[in-house]
Design a protein around this ligand. Sequence first.
Ligand code: OSB
Ligand code: MG
Length: 391
Amino acid sequence: MIPTIQPLAHDPLNLKEITIRRLRLRLRVPFRTSFGTQQERDTILVILKTHDGLIGVGEAPSLVAPMYDEQYIWSDYDVLQRFLVPHIPTTITSYTQLQDETLSSIKGHHFSKCGIEAAYWNLVSQQTGESLKTLWGGEADIVVAGFSIGGQSLEDVLARAEVAIQAGFRRLKIKIWPSHDVQVIAALRERYPDLMLQVDANCAYDPFNPDHQRALKALDDFGLLMIEQPFSPHDFLDHTRFQAELNLQTPIALDESVLSVDDARRAIEMWRLFGVEDKLIINIKPPRVGGYWQGRLIAEMGYEQGIPCWMGGMLELGLGKWMNVILSSHPGCRLPGDHLQPQPYYERDIADPLPSIQPDGTIAVPSHWGGCAVDWQAVEELTIDLHTDKR
Ligand code: OSB
Ligand code: MG
């Protein structure tokens, strides 16, 4: 069931220098989820320089605290510095080599691995002259822009939704948690009967709590595209059983539960066992699954197995967002992704230009390498810490 696709062969990349940088960022608008509110945020860039002058940059979009999963800025920075960067081959001959010699030898720590892997693809694209879209099997020229709303209250969500609708967004995702769910969605649905609407619980519900069960089942009345990750990350069984036994008509989308292509396979098998495979959706986030190639394999499997996938987000900078937009053009990504907000995410960004919404609510998929140039002045000014490994 797991697809086998050969990544494009390329000439050896001879590395001269590897740098990791910790950047300090500030979101323009606070982002609230069931696990907390974020505004200040550090992130990591991985920068690979070759002897012939190419510079590849990748983003490890770490969060400041281990609340989405167990990774956070310091674990990511530490594992990069201690274990991953020293094991990046000085001459990289293929994705498979990078994967086997560096990435697979360390357990977990997918955000950090994604930073290295994204920087590697960035180099491959420059060296071969092939766009990331071609390298990753992308096809679509446009993708529909989705906005993930992390509002503090009903009024806040309604105000943010209004701004987004004015800006042309056709799909909104609302962060929910017990006490901030049915009422919020009912109010939105009343105002916007035709909007593509979905919710994300970030594991905040207990499948055995009757109040939580009632709330989730009540969401079935609003024609949602999906309910994302209501329960614990480690639990395919409760998710599937809930879907089947409560006869939930809204598909469940897995985010935190899927850490690999194998997890995606297990989820599909589980939903099939319960006879509800038409109600499974998979959220692909490259940082969560260890990189863009692993994300591509999930998209490929979803395509072959008839399971819709879409690209989630980790509040990335423009660089990561452009890469997400590009992978979103894969035919396996059939639903809008969390690519944009009505205003730029950060007070200052390193990507030029930033992804932006077109009047019809779509984003144009870049067919040159990666969609943006890096503003090195901004990188320099945002950096609060760096570590360089010269080869
Ligand atoms: O669960 O999708 C999530 C942001 C931080 C942590 C988890 C999630 C999110 C988002 C943001 O929903 C999506 C975006 O990048 O716009
Ligand atoms: Mg999510």
